[in-house]
Design a protein around this ligand. Structure first.
Ligand SMILES: [Zn+2]
Length: 96
């Protein structure tokens, strides 16, 4: 009988559940690593952050080479010319 247990590449603790992460660099080289929850925390954080940034954008951005960081400046500029709410206008009148 043969039992194969996947263990974390860092701590090799067989009692910990592992997740396999595949890492790819900008040159297209890739490798994979098995990590437990503790040792894979930084990798899990990257995945969580990528998912939070709208997954639809991620697929098109990859082909166009755009970085999601550019988006952060656009809404800020728009906010200055955006229509004010009645409450904001009333507040400005009070200050003047
Ligand atoms: Zn580990």
């Amino acid at each position: 009988m043969e039992i194969t247990v996947r263990v974390c590449d860092v701590c090799t603790d067989p009692t910990r559940a592992v997740t396999t992460y595949t890492v790819t660099d900008q040159d297209g080289r890739s490798g994979s690593t098995d990590r437990c929850e503790v040792d894979g925390e930084s990798l899990a954080t990257i995945i969580a952050a990528t998912r939070a940034v709208a997954p639809k954008v991620a697929s098109s951005a990859r082909t166009e080479g755009k970085k999601p960081g550019k988006k952060a400046t656009a809404p800020r500029r728009r906010r200055q010319t955006e229509v004010m709410t009645l409450e904001q206008i009333e507040e400005m009148k009070r200050k003047e």
